[in-house]
Design a protein around this ligand. Structure first.
Ligand code: PA5
Length: 463
């Protein structure tokens, strides 16, 4: 793997009794090995089809790259309609790999369509999108694994109507790519009858584990990103998840340390990238960790109400917001930094001789400054005996981003196995989806509506 993992500041030698003794791994060897076996034995099976995504058949991949690449060349804007796992993967990867002001670049410098990821149903946001899009040159990827999600279906209905009005039905159809489960769900049926281009999400690929399926790949190809390099990186992370020695297996080792930290009251896991390009990786990680590990019961049916609350922060910005709490507040967090060795550009802080001040900054680079600030925060946390660790990316590119995504997915799967829970379901999310269907009058949800309406909600408690 190209990524490096520094867990010094999780250990007793660095942070005293708050940290782990080196023997923590040997003492728990059988538990760790069992969790690893559970995950590895299920690769490609049940809800673990995501493990196979880096190894997609070449011919399928080439077709996707060629079709979506051609769409990307025609498009002025590429719009993703989706939510949760159907939005955060594409958003986090595109934000990592595109120019940080991609949409504002002039067309000749952009070399790819503008990207909009619409993952909410705020009416003002939809109206604003319609205000700025030229529908003639806009292409839409409607993504929903289940094909049933209200948010995505409502966005689709609004935008398909607008497209038909502007372009006529036959042309409008060519502006839509659907990504959904083949053979199942409302969107699949509509896509079939309308004749949209469809890409399938494997039946055993859950939303938050789907970024390396067409859920992400369609957009990445349309944006001209190197999809093959991304999958190569993901394959390297998948390989490293097989390593039997936990100390050489970053996903297993950090999953174990996080679960052990939870047992010591570290109920919050902060992901703090020190790079704006990786800002939305924290959103991706938060969904994956929260929705996978936040569970009421374990696999034996025992009530456990487990999970570690993920939180996102951005270095250095949140040094001036969150870090005071992380350093001096409750001992309830593990902070994971994402560090970048080589940024894609170097910016020198001018040695301006007319300003007789700031000499300590002059002549340094912003690259040096951001990494010094990360190390300074790491030092401050260590000094205050706070658990923290760092994932280093040598650079942010397709390959390292692919590694990072797969590392996060394996880490989550290993943590779920260590907690003995179903990592891949989301009954809490489904409950809200069903209540929404009921409130909007979807047939088949009448008894759910009665249940919703019967919920105690007293006007006495509203002021
Ligand atoms: O991880 C999950 O399963 C969820 O977050 C889903 O991605 C989210 O609810 C959207 O579901 P769908 O893709 O079916 O529209």
């Amino acid at each position: 793997m190209k990524l490096r993992f520094d867990y010094n500041n999780m250990m007793e030698e660095a942070i005293g009794k708050e940290g782990f003794k080196p023997a923590v791994f040997s003492k728990n060897a059988s538990k760790i090995a069992a969790a690893q076996k559970t995950v590895l034995d299920n690769r490609g099976k049940g809800w673990q089809e995501w493990c196979d995504l880096p190894f997609m058949p070449e011919s399928e991949l080439d077709e996707l790259i060629s079709y979506c690449g051609a769409v990307g060349k025609k498009a002025e804007s590429f719009v993703i309609l989706g939510i949760g796992g159907s939005a955060l993967g594409p958003l986090s990867v595109a934000s990592a790999l595109l120019h940080l002001h991609h949409n504002e670049l002039p067309k000749e410098k952009r070399n790819a369509p503008k990207l909009y990821v619409e993952d909410n149903v705020d009416p003002e946001r939809m109206a604003a999108l319609l205000d700025i899009l030229d529908l003639k040159t806009s292409y839409f990827n409607v993504i929903t694994k289940s094909g049933e999600t209200s948010e995505t279906l409502s966005q689709f209905l609004i935008l398909y109507s607008a497209l038909k009005k502007e372009l006529g039905t036959e042309e409008a159809k060519k502006h839509i790519i659907v990504t959904t489960t083949i053979g199942k769900g409302t969107l699949y049926n509509v896509a079939q009858s309308e004749g949209f281009k469809i890409y399938g999400v494997g039946a055993g690929v859950g939303g938050r584990f789907s970024v390396l399926s067409p859920v992400g790949l369609v957009a990445f190809a349309a944006l001209g990103l190197n999809v093959k390099a991304m999958l190569k990186g993901a394959a390297a992370a998948a390989k490293s998840a097989e390593e039997p020695d936990v100390c050489n297996n970053p996903a297993l080792m950090t999953a174990f340390l996080q679960v052990e930290a939870m047992a010591r009251g570290k109920n919050i896991g902060v992901l703090m990238p020190y790079a704006d390009s990786l800002k939305f990786m924290a959103d991706f990680y938060c969904q994956l960790w929260a929705e996978s590990l936040g569970k009421a019961v374990d696999l034996n049916g025992k009530t456990v109400h487990t999970g570690q609350t993920p939180a996102k922060a951005l270095g250095v910005t949140d040094q001036h917001s969150q870090v005071q709490l992380y350093t001096e507040g409750p001992f309830d967090k593990v902070v994971t930094f994402l560090a970048v060795d080589e940024f894609r550009t170097t910016v020198v802080i001018n040695d301006d001789k007319t300003i007789n001040a700031c000499d300590f900054l002059k002549g340094h680079t912003m690259n040096e400054l951001i990494n010094a600030e990360r190390r300074a925060t790491e030092f401050a946390l260590k000094k205050a005996n706070r658990m923290n660790c760092t994932v280093y990316l040598p650079a942010v590119n397709e390959e390292t981003v692919g590694e990072l995504l797969m590392y996060f997915m394996y880490q989550t799967a290993f943590a779920g196995a260590l907690l003995n829970i179903d990592t891949f379901n989301q009954p809490g999310v489904e409950e809200g989806k069903k209540a929404t269907f009921a409130m909007l009058g979807r047939s088949g949800y009448e008894s759910k509506l009665e249940e919703v309406n019967a919920a105690v909600h007293k006007s006495d408690y509203i002021i």
